[in-house]
Design a protein around this ligand. Sequence first.
Ligand code: FES
Length: 163
Amino acid sequence: PQRKSERIPPEARAEIDRWIAKYPPEQKRSAVMAALRIVQDANGGWLTTELMDAVADYLDMPPIAVYEVATFYSMYELEPVGRHKLCVCTNISCMLRGSDEIVARLKERLGIGLGETTPDGRITLKEVECLGACAAAPVMQVGRRYEEHLTPEKVDRILDELE
Ligand code: FES
């Protein structure tokens, strides 16, 4: 029978191998966060149970340990997401600098709430914990990029530029 880890596409496996190589062999599970990110990217931005099982198999970990990582960190998605993922921070520094107004503009422009995806599958809006960029509050992450010192007008520009 096919090993579960064979569900991971070969290019993704090669990339995971580069992460595994950074750790001593007995610590290959240290690559779990990178492996989940790589597999998620290769699967259109979200993780299925089958893919998490495949990562567990590949890193010789119990599946439950992989699920725990995937559910703990907000960067992993366990349901399909839109082509663009907007993660808006609402923690204290961002809140004090107007994240409420930013969230309100995003909801109004997109016609969806936090944790939702536009019906055309284009954009997912998420609320996240501190992104570690408090000095530039309010902040949101757009794909891999950080958008800082947000204002409602800046939100409009960012949305207008997304395909
Ligand atoms: Fe928003 Fe830290 S509180 S980036």
